[in-house]
Design a protein around this ligand. Structure first.
Ligand SMILES: NC(=O)c1ccc[n+]([C@@H]2O[C@H](COP(=O)([O-])OP(=O)(O)OC[C@H]3O[C@@H](n4cnc5c(N)ncnc54)[C@H](O)[C@@H]3O)[C@@H](O)[C@H]2O)c1
Length: 386
């Protein structure tokens, strides 16, 4: 099986590329190093040291005997380069991670908003238009986010479905029953780009019969997979800064370096989570179970559990003795929300969820402790406010 991983130098993309290669797939990474450029712009590197991609790929070849190819292409700005690569490689599936993925980064300034929309929407649309032209049978697996659904149904408990919901539409005396995409409610420009992606996918599945899976992923935690552990140069990203750091990893890292756990607002936000080991497994399952030509977009929720942010902070505090510090919430959102989300699709395909456990939390703390001297305390707080 030939697989292109767009955004394969990033956090989820790197772990996925190694996992698929380990299973014998011929993997080609496409990346423009935008994430490495953002590190330079923000003055905030991954806590774990990330060597240049060619060194990562050499290390992988040395420990596994497998080669992973690489093309440096800006998927948003170089459609010709992307088209040429797809024509040459003839991939069975393309996994699309190549987007700007931080909500705070997308809200830093008007320029950052424009960049996030231009980059993410153009990347997805370039890919779709090329697939429709030269590779309509190739399965596209895209990483979306649980954040597209918004949080809560006017305070009522309601299970967020996997993409589609049956609706009764009323207009005057007319009533129409229809299965529609769950109405999106993005909370940042970043999340909004994923809702725009969803409409692009809907159109290309309908009009060009493209085969598309959209995985609405929760917040990824952890850093290590079976493959990244095999050599120091294969270590994965560990983002903890105010823009790219995600909540549970940030708490674990703060505990490791003796910083209080910074909770935004009351910490009453409930979020969906998944461990990086399950992320790679979900993508493998999605690749192995493509929709048929002519099917609607296959939307699956890629999460294994939900947690309230202050409960996570209290758990990490109990395990490590770290203090908890409550800060003003930089986001415009409800102080408290419930979150009930379906995830039967990936479970039915064979996902055996990794749940939050003390052992795994300690594993992440150990990684953070190992690289604690690289921590820049001044980069931990979120500067974007909206
Ligand atoms: N990390 C999470 O917690 C999380 C949660 C939900 C969804 N996701 C989704 O998963 C995907 C990957 O997230 P991540 O955490 O690995 O992000 P990341 O920033 O670590 O990786 C993204 C990669 O895409 C590359 N990229 C960006 N724009 C590109 C372009 N125009 N051309 C080529 N390459 C480009 C970047 O250089 C980077 O290597 C994102 O789309 C994100 O929305 C991530």
């Amino acid at each position: 099986m030939r697989i292109m991983v767009l955004g394969g130098d990033g956090f989820c993309g790197w772990a996925t590329s190694l996992h698929l290669s380990d299973q014998g797939a011929e993997v080609t990474i496409v990346d423009n190093f935008a994430r490495r450029d953002a590190e330079t712009e923000l003055g905030a590197e991954s806590l774990t040291p990330i060597v240049p991609l060619d060194e990562r790929l050499d290390a992988w070849h040395a420990v596994s005997g497998h080669s992973i190819g690489f093309r440096q292409i800006d998927v948003a700005r170089d459609p010709q380069g992307l088209r040429d690569a797809i024509v040459e490689i003839e991939p069975t599936a393309i996994v699309h991670f190549a987007e700007q993925r931080a909500a705070p980064y997308s809200m830093r300034s008007p320029d950052h908003k424009r960049y996030t929309v231009d980059n993410n929407v153009s990347a997805s649309h370039n890919l779709l238009s090329i697939l429709a032209e030269v590779a309509p049978a190739t399965h596209l697996v895209h990483l979306g986010t649980m954040g597209v659904y918004g949080y809560g149904a006017n305070g009522k408990p309601f299970q967020i479905p996997e993409g589609y919901v049956s609706a009764t539409l009323r207009s005057g005396n007319h009533v129409f029953e229809k299965e529609i995409m769950y109405p999106p409610d993005p909370g940042s420009v970043y999340h909004m780009t994923k809702t725009l992606d969803a409409l692009l996918f809907y159109f290309y599945a309908k009009n060009d019969s493209l085969r598309i899976t959209d995985l609405h992923q929760g917040i990824v935690w952890g850093t290590t997979t079976d493959q990244t552990e095999r050599d120091e140069r294969l270590v994965n990203r560990f983002d903890y800064d105010g823009d790219y750091g995600t909540v549970l990893n940030r708490f674990l890292m703060q505990a490791a370096v003796g910083h209080p756990l910074t909770v935004h607002g009351t910490g009453g936000q409930t979020r969906a989570f998944i461990h990086i080991r399950d992320t790679v497994r979900c993508i493998e399952l999605a690749i192995d179970n493509p929709p048929a030509t002519g099917d609607r977009v296959n939307i699956m929720n890629q999460l294994t559990e939900t947690h309230r942010v202050r409960d996570l902070a209290e758990l990490v505090s109990r395990l490590t003795g770290a203090e908890i510090q409550y800060l003003d919430n930089p986001r415009k959102e409800k102080a408290e929300n419930n979150l009930l989300a379906a995830n039967a699709n990936l479970r039915n395909l064979g996902l055996d969820p990794t749940h939050l456990s003390e052992g795994l939390l300690h594993e992440v703390i150990a990684i953070a402790e190992k690289y604690a001297d690289r921590c820049q305390f001044s980069r931990m707080a979120s500067t974007a406010k909206w």
